[in-house]
Design a binder for this molecule. Structure first.
Ligand SMILES: [Zn+2]
Length: 307
């Protein structure tokens, strides 16, 4: 009888221990699944946020930021910080120059020269502030973006259909060029440009889009434009960056004009520009109705990012 009792007691203990082991096992499996999902999430470039239009209306800078693919977030933040740093530096320079004017009795010619420089600083400050907002807008948009450093003399923007992401292809380790290409990415979000479905080439890109991109680049680093961009005319100030300067830009090696290609519109157009106005914008392309219909059906706009 006594032995029987001990047996029953042992059996109960075994049942309890067994149950605890099973519970621990289940918890462990669930935890592993959760971790696997987390890893999946960080590699998942298909995820879009719910549709919204906050990137230009009622924009909320505190909104969740998940439109840059996870692996590029640190790099993206590094570039944004660099632009912020440049803004602080130029603001300080401007204040310093203003103090010199205020505290000294300067010759008119020198005072004039300094005032012109202050004026240029002010314009650059305005553009850099806008660029920082563009960084924020990109980070919280409905479209997904990836950073793609390339070993080339110029960058571009393409749409990766397999991954459903806009690829910012910029010259490796070249922040001025990144700022330039990022401006085009912002233009895509605004409906200023789109992509053709099969060739991944930009659609509706025009000389005015390039003027904005080069101005943003100049505001961040004037030397990257003055010294590194070869054009038929010379840039000394922001005002010199206009459509005719862009038309004059040449490939540094082949020396051909880069923006004479047929897909660069010479008029300011966007994805909503009526068909009849495209003849003027693309003088080298013959738009018969069939072609146009085809073209309009096959473009990818920011609206394709919504689901
Ligand atoms: Zn460009």
């Amino acid at each position: 009888m006594k032995i029987e009792k001990i047996k029953n007691y042992n059996q109960k203990i075994l049942v309890i221990l067994g149950t605890i082991t099973i519970i621990i096992g289940i918890v462990f499996i669930l935890k592993t699944i959760k971790e696997t999902e987390d890893v999946g999430e960080s590699l998942n470039v298909f995820a879009f946020r719910k549709p919204d239009s906050r990137y230009f209306k009622n924009y909320n800078p505190m909104s969740i930021r998940n439109s840059i693919v996870t692996r590029d977030l640190i790099k993206f933040q590094e570039y944004k910080d660099s632009v912020k740093g440049r803004l602080t530096k130029i603001t300080d320079n401007k204040k310093q120059l203003q103090r010199i004017i205020d505290r000294n009795k300067l010759q008119d010619t020198i005072k004039d020269k300094y005032e012109k420089r202050i004026n240029e600083y002010e314009k650059r400050i305005g553009i850099l502030e806008k660029t920082i907002i563009n960084f924020d807008i990109l980070e919280s948009s409905v479209c997904k973006f990836k950073l793609n450093p390339i070993d080339s003399s110029s960058g571009n923007l393409t749409y990766d259909q397999n991954e459903n992401v806009v690829s910012i292809n910029y010259i490796r380790n070249n922040i001025p060029n990144f700022v330039h290409e990022m401006t085009h990415a912002y233009q895509f979000l605004k409906g200023g440009i789109a992509f053709t479905k099969n060739s991944e080439k930009p659609f509706a890109i025009d000389l005015f889009d390039e003027v904005s991109a080069y101005k943003a680049q100049y505001a961040y680093d004037p030397i990257s434009v003055i010294k590194e961009i070869l054009s038929d005319s010379i840039v000394n100030n922001l005002i010199d960056i206009d459509t005719s300067w862009v038309r004059g830009i040449r490939d540094p090696i082949k020396k051909n004009h880069l923006y004479h290609k047929t897909h660069y519109a010479i008029k300011n157009i966007n994805i909503n520009t009526p068909v009849k106005e495209l003849d003027d914008a693309y003088p080298k392309i013959n738009y018969d109705s069939l072609k146009l219909k085809h073209l309009y059906m096959g473009i990818i706009t920011y609206e394709n990012c919504k689901r």
